[in-house]
Design a protein around this ligand. Structure first.
Ligand SMILES: [Zn+2]
Length: 545
């Protein structure tokens, strides 16, 4: 059902290696069809912002940036459809309080928190804040304003006048179609305020007659009211597939994609396209279909709550890294983000790699991804990047100054920018260690001899006594100490692994830990103290037996 251009777009064989947003911008420009460039995206602010919606808005914004980088004038808008009805109750809402509002337009429902005009505004505002933090600044259009200001009136009249043509479109796309007395409009009931429960039964050119049907939907009840009302200036809304097309015309949108669920053959986009072609006579905006953003392998729904909200993701990753994570994956490939394990350190590594590609002018595509991921202004100049996983390791050693350590590695003093980067990474490393790091990455010297040390065998204690001796010597390189430790284990009657296990059990209460020599030298003073306690204790135990 989709046009040929669209089919090419979703194809997966990329012939050249141009960055995808640049590729789309080129297609838009060379087609000569989509002027003036007006990119739009939209969302119903029905609850917490899922990270998937961030992918959608960012995909549009990246295309805007690509067009702007080609010196094109672009307008970017985002419609918050707060005139849509509430059709489910998110788990974090007070059900008792909110059940009565099911079926009403979001802008007519009270906000769960003070400081907002409505429920829709409460969540819409959260969208805006999240976007802005990612340096995404679309012009915000509230759906309720679009209707109440009268801007949708002409389209509403056209659609009601051409109800028959629209019924035919539905019949073309869906086998079942709509009944002959169906009209493409829903009124917000003048008595109970619900939109989802009303059925328009007639249109006389000025007013629609409607019924508020108690059994229209299973999740809320209509009040039974019958009435007549003008369909203009916000008294109701068009069904959204039709509204989508009308909104393109009213706003002047020329570029708008959507999630792949809307773009399948026979999906919402096909209905909107036919409305454009046959009813409102407006050229279909440049379409593209973006894939899902999965969190831990699942597609998240906005009503499910925790674990997937954009706000949560924005608390564990810096804004440029969220941009990078989304920007680097072609829009028509799924992203699966599981923050557990080494995902976050790997993501930082990839970002650093892209930064170097940009600074050293190496890999054009990767360099472009780095550039387009930047938040606020142009990319910074070449500087030292402390590796995230090393920061996470270092900050677990008491008494080590991270800046001193990394500037030694860099070979000169840190600049202000480098200090800022380090401080920011320390902040995110702490979050990663506390919430998502694999157990073997988290270690801290126990405050006294670990209880686990009681499990040490006689041979293991003997090995620790040797470690204590080795540590009293001077070591220029951790490698040499590691070698000495290793050679000693070879002489012991127990396996090497058990020897090293003794170190970890005594110091961090675990059977595994960071590379031994480095860990011992980093914490030499404390380690020596701890090892002395162990040997004293074993001496005591030996005497008692
Ligand atoms: Zn009613």
């Amino acid at each position: 059902m989709c046009g040929a251009g669209f089919a090419i777009l979703t194809g997966r064989n990329t012939i050249n290696k141009m960055y995808w947003a640049d590729e789309l911008a080129n297609q838009i420009i060379t087609s000569g069809k989509y002027k003036p460039y007006w990119v739009d995206d939209m969302k119903t602010p029905s609850g917490r912002v899922h990270i998937g919606s961030v992918r959608a808005v960012l995909t549009h914004e990246l295309i805007c940036r690509a067009l702007k980088d080609r010196k094109k004038d672009v307008t970017f808008s985002y419609v918050l459809d707060d005139h849509d009805p509430m059709d489910s109750l998110p788990t974090y809402l007070d059900e008792k309080e909110y059940r009565q509002h099911l079926g009403k337009p979001l802008y007519q429902i009270p906000s769960p928190e003070k400081g907002y005009d409505s429920y829709g505004q409460r969540w819409g505002q959260e969208y805006i804040e999240i976007f802005n933090s990612l340096d995404v600044h679309p012009e915000i259009i509230w759906g309720s304003q679009l209707y109440r200001s009268g801007k949708m009136n002409d389209s509403i009249k056209t659609c009601l006048d051409q109800a028959e043509a629209i019924r035919t479109i539905y019949k073309t796309i869906y086998k079942k179609g709509k009944p002959e007395n169906w009209f493409p409009f829903s009124v917000a009931c003048e008595q109970c305020g619900k939109l989802s429960t009303t059925v328009v039964t007639g249109w006389d050119g000025e007013q629609v007659s409607y019924e508020c049907n108690p059994h229209a939907v299973v999740w809320t009840e209509g009040c039974g009211h019958h009435g007549q009302v003008s369909p203009f200036n916000g008294s109701g809304k068009l069904p959204w597939k039709i509204e989508w097309a009308c909104k393109w015309k009213v706003i002047g949108v020329t570029v708008e994609g959507a999630g792949k669920d809307h773009m399948t053959a026979g999906g919402s986009h096909d209905v909107a396209r036919l409305i454009c072609e046959r009813v409102i006579h407006y050229p279909v905006p440049f379409p593209f279909s973006h894939e899902f953003f999965l969190v831990g392998g699942r597609k998240m729904s906005s009503s499910k709550g925790l674990g997937s909200s954009a706000k949560e993701v924005s608390e564990i990753l810096p804004p440029y890294l969220i941009r990078f994570m989304i920007a680097r994956v072609k829009y028509n490939r799924a992203i699966n983000f599981d923050p557990a394990g080494m995902t976050i350190p790997d993501l930082f590594d990839e970002y650093d790699h892209a930064a170097r590609a940009f600074w050293q002018k190496k890999d054009k595509r990767l360099a472009r991804i780095y550039e387009i991921s930047q938040v606020k202004g142009s990319p910074s100049k070449n500087h030292f990047l402390p590796r995230f996983r090393e920061i996470a390791s270092i900050i677990q050693h008491p008494g080590i100054d991270a800046e001193e350590r990394f500037s030694k590695l860099k070979g000169s003093k840190f600049t202000g920018e480098e200090r800022r980067v380090l401080e920011e990474r320390v902040k995110y490393a702490k979050i990663w260690l506390a919430q998502y790091a694999p157990e073997e990455q988290v270690f801290s010297l126990t405050t006294s001899i670990s209880k686990a040390a009681d499990r040490l065998s006689l041979e293991q204690k003997e090995f620790l006594a040797y470690v204590e001796e080795l540590l009293s010597e001077e070591w220029k390189k951790p490698e040499d100490l590691q070698q000495a430790l290793y050679e000693r284990t070879k002489k012991m009657k127990i396996p090497t692994a058990e020897c090293f296990e003794a170190i970890y059990l005594a110091l961090i209460g675990k059977t595994h830990g960071p590379r031994a020599a480095w860990f011992l030298l980093e914490n030499r003073k404390l380690v020596l103290k701890r090892l002395k306690e162990v040997s004293k204790k074993s001496l005591k135990t030996t005497r008692e037996t």
